[in-house]
Design a protein around this ligand. Structure first.
Ligand SMILES: *[C@@H]1O[C@H](CO)[C@@H](O)[C@H](O)[C@H]1NC(C)=O
Length: 409
């Protein structure tokens, strides 16, 4: 009996260790913590797998895990910061206002779109950021936008929600009400929120009816294109926690309201084959990493451009070519009008090259760009900054971000 229970215990322990263990690059600090976090995420997704009609990444179970993880690891409200849940142009927003300062001093403003693959997350994740921006000498009014998510809505609804809230915030009356300097308003977001921030920044930059525009855009590992899932970073980091290539493709497929059966096709770039005349050489050059990336990131990778792939995908999924979904596809004339940019990228992130290519294209269009690249960074690290989910690289990334805003906003 004893032997049997010992055997069972040992096998169970081995099974759990096997489940949790993921080989990670040496540069990753606190690897076991990241493996545990990843296992936690995968567990949420497997459970979701049992209810495919809900969509893999959208069940309550998974949402609960995300919410629990992030809000538990965020400190509570900061004294002096006023928090209000209101609506801007009908879109729910949470506004953080710093403690009243000196009379007559205008404050900074910042609109934040949270990440979560357009399917997960809430404004409460920004509780900590919101308070930090307010108190950290930044004296900033922060607006976190509760845009609608998959499966309730698909593209372009999340984008349109964000755009409407941003435009409302930028109106001279609203800025005056919050005592915000119209020359010092930023748009920001992480991951899918970085996608929304980049797309909203582009639209507002070219909208002549907007008298106030964003002065800076701060993008944290943004998602920027869906035509090439074989960039060096997608290939190298396809199994990296906490965002694998297949999860990212799936988030795209859901966002663009496409059929989940397309995921394997997208993974081999069958959706962007040379057969599609709509993908002109000019358009292709806008995400040609062979030209846009420094050699350091290209290494020995070869572009994957498929001669013959799947027919009709672009007709079925028009969002693939829509700049409002894929801001990297915007032309140089649009990019030239965009605000100064801060782009945070992580070495161990499928989205690294999306961010680096966008940085290069903005620079080519004459925009000043600061690239904050974290050699030991992984996707999502910016959200894990306090106990029990604190990662040193996340804290460094947040400090760097705040100090850039301090000097540039
Ligand atoms: C990609 O397209 C080719 C040509 O149509 C097809 O043979 C192949 O099975 C497709 N790959 C996937 C993963 O669907």
């Amino acid at each position: 009996m004893r032997l049997l229970s010992l055997l069972v215990t040992v096998s169970l322990t081995l099974a759990v260790a096997y489940y949790i263990y993921t080989p990670l690059p040496d540069a990753i600090q606190q690897p076991w913590k990241l493996m545990m976090l990843d296992a936690y995420f995968r567990t949420g997704c497997c459970r979701a797998d049992l209810a495919p009609h809900f969509g893999l990444l959208s069940t309550r179970g998974f949402e609960g895990i995300m919410k629990g993880l992030i809000s538990e690891s965020s400190p509570g409200p900061v004294p002096g910061v006023k928090v209000s849940d209101i609506t801007f142009a009908g879109i729910p927003v949470r506004v953080y206002e710093p403690p009243a300062g000196g009379e007559g001093h205008l404050r900074r403003g910042l609109v934040y779109f949270h990440g979560g693959g357009w399917a997960l997350g809430t404004t409460s994740e920004c509780k900590y950021f919101g308070s930090l921006f307010c108190i950290n000498k930044l004296n900033t009014v922060v607006v976190s936008v509760e845009y609608r998510l998959y499966p309730e809505v698909h593209f372009p609804v999340p984008y349109l929600d964000c755009l409407a809230a941003a435009k409302h915030f930028l109106s001279p009356e609203v800025l005056a009400k919050y005592a915000i300097d119209p020359e010092r308003v930023a748009v920001a977001g992480d991951s899918a929120g970085g996608n929304l921030a980049a797309a909203v920044a582009q639209e507002i930059s070219v909208d002549d009816s907007m008298s106030v525009k964003f002065s800076v855009q701060a993008l944290i590992y943004p998602v920027l294109q869906a035509l090439d899932f074989n960039t060096p970073s997608y290939v190298e980091n396809q199994y990296m926690p906490i965002l694998s290539r297949s999860f990212m493709i799936q988030f795209w497929v859901q966002y663009l309201n496409a059929d989940l059966s397309l995921v394997p096709q997208f993974a081999v770039n069958n959706h962007s084959t040379l057969q599609h005349s709509a993908i002109t050489p000019e358009l292709r050059s806008r995400l040609d990493w062979n030209v846009l990336l420094p050699q350091k990131y290209k290494k020995n990778h070869k572009p994957l451009i498929v001669e013959k792939g799947s027919h009709g995908v672009l007709k079925k999924v028009p969002g693939l070519l829509d700049v409002r979904a894929a801001p990297l596809l915007a032309g140089p004339e649009v990019l030239a009008k965009c605000p100064r940019a801060y782009i945070l990228t992580c070495e161990y992130d499928v989205l690294r090259d999306d961010g680096l290519m966008y940085a290069r294209r903005l620079q080519d269009a004459g925009v000043t760009v600061t690239i904050a690249h974290y050699e030991d960074g992984f996707h999502g690290c910016f959200s894990f900054i306090s106990w029990p989910l604190e990662f040193d690289v996340g804290k460094r990334a947040l400090r760097g971000y705040l100090s850039w805003l301090q000097n540039n906003l």
